[in-house]
Write a protein that binds this ligand. Sequence first.
Ligand code: 164
Ligand code: MG
Length: 359
Amino acid sequence: MPETSWRLFRFALPLRISLPSGARVRQGWLIQIQQAEAVGWGEVAPLPGFSRETLDEAGRILQDRLFRLTSFPPEITWAEWAEAVEQSLESVPASVRWGVELALAQCQAARRGKRLDTWLAPDPLPMVSINALIPIDWREHPERLQAIRAAGYQAVKVKVGQHAPKEAAQDVRLLRNLLGPEVELRVDANRAWSLREALTFAEAIADRNVAYLEEPLRDPAELHDFVRRSPVPVALDETLAEQPDVPLHCWEGVAAVVLKPALIGGLLRAWQRAREANALGMTVVWSAAFETGVGTRGLLALAAASHSKAAAGLDPYHWLADDVVYPRLALHPATRVADALTGPWRLNAAVLEEVNEHA
Ligand SMILES: O=C(O)CCC(=O)C1=CC=C[C@@H](O)[C@@H]1C(=O)O
Ligand SMILES: [Mg+2]
């Protein structure tokens, strides 16, 4: 069994655009795990306002778990590996599972001479498309919308929950006109509205060809009712983090699931969700919780391996003004996976503080 060694860093990255919480710095923990010659990277960065665990709590649990890491024989199958890792990380918060599982999975893939995507699937997609996330203040910054259009994104997502339903519907109608009929338009209300408000909104945009509406309801107990009555397809996001054990077949009529491994229980849980959704014919949308290049590359690998043709929500990466490793990830509206996942990378010492080393 090869020795496992690891390094742990704390990072703080400046942002170009504020997080939903208003923060202008993205903070988290970067881990590097080495087993034999193989190296894996992961990040643990709870998202304020969305994660249940804080940065310090996650850091404490992470350090404790790093000291207990085991390595697995390189010849074991993905299923055997997944079961062992799952057990070893039981009851660990989502962001910690995401980071540790990602680093371990990359190590295991590398020991078999593969990348994460090619280890997860024999025939991953070579290209993954990305949707642009429109900043909340797009009306005051038309140049940002202009830049999204000029870059050639085929799918965009806009937040609407900060407005009353009628005003939000006006926004969506205006955006549809500005974007033209071809671009896929997704909307996200982040649980802002009552059932009545959400239905008012959905009816007002029903003829605008919106791909889906994410999480409209303040009271998630009414979501089944909304799904039955809404003229616009519905996607789950927060619900998946809140109800990790409810099988997706209980959500009949839901069109899409937005999978954020950092919030819904880690890489393995998210991978299971993707398989479940594929089997039910629900659209799988991989999405970021404002990860650095390390986590975003992990998401790209998962999107490719799950064969999801839906544009992945990885645009938050562009909101970071710097990254934990260089070279920076080059994300395009259609990104070639092999280019994005092929290193080598070097640490960006300017944004990292080494916390602990164990060899
Ligand atoms: O899904 C995307 O296109 C990008 C990610 C994204 O929109 C979000 C990430 C994390 C928290 C929220 O701000 C938001 C969401 O609710 O989906
Ligand atoms: Mg959402």
